[in-house]
Design a protein around this ligand. Structure first.
Ligand code: DQA
Length: 154
């Protein structure tokens, strides 16, 4: 079991939605040149005191099932980039609302500076926190922020 500086074990789940498995090659001018595996490895190394589970799916139902799995589990907080489903999925919104752990929605790009349809994030209402526009570094910043929130809550 790993423990943070306060001696408390923290378990995070990071969910990535559709097409984020293509990071590194997909529109690198928007999403950067690092792959999801690069990002996961960097963060796992940097935050070695945390237990971080990484999950990616292109399937809406699988994402909903994974969110539901946080109910009555050891997961202390959820970081989620619902990707394109952010703009459409009431199902993901409802599953986020059903779980009570701290939730942080992240986006790599600044969706407010892009096409009009990206400004409406249906899922964001289901999270406690929102971060976007930091590029791929949003993930490490998100882990750092959620660690701060959890450590100051426990
Ligand atoms: C994204 C923004 C979404 O609009 C887009 O569909 C994505 C990625 C982001 O991280 O910037 O796939 O969530």
């Amino acid at each position: 079991m790993t423990q943070n500086n306060n001696g408390v074990e923290l378990n995070l789940l990071v969910i990535n939605g559709p097409n984020l498995n293509l990071l590194g090659t997909r529109e690198p001018d928007v999403y950067g040149s690092r792959t999801l595996k690069d990002i996961e490895e960097e963060i796992t190394k940097e935050f070695s005191s945390l237990n971080i589970e990484w999950f990616q799916s292109n399937n809406e139902g699988e994402i909903i099932n994974k969110i539901q799995s946080c109910m009555n589990s050891h997961v202390d907080a959820l970081i989620i980039n619902p990707a394109a489903f952010s703009h459409t999925s009431v199902g993901i919104l409802d599953s986020l609302k059903a779980i009570t752990i701290p939730k942080l929605e992240v986006h790599i790009s600044n969706t407010n500076q892009r096409e009009e349809f990206r400004k409406n994030k249906v899922t964001a209402m289901g999270s406690d926190y929102l971060m976007e526009g930091f590029g791929p570094d949003v993930y490490r910043l998100a882990v750092s922020n959620i660690k701060f929130i959890l450590e100051n809550k426990k």
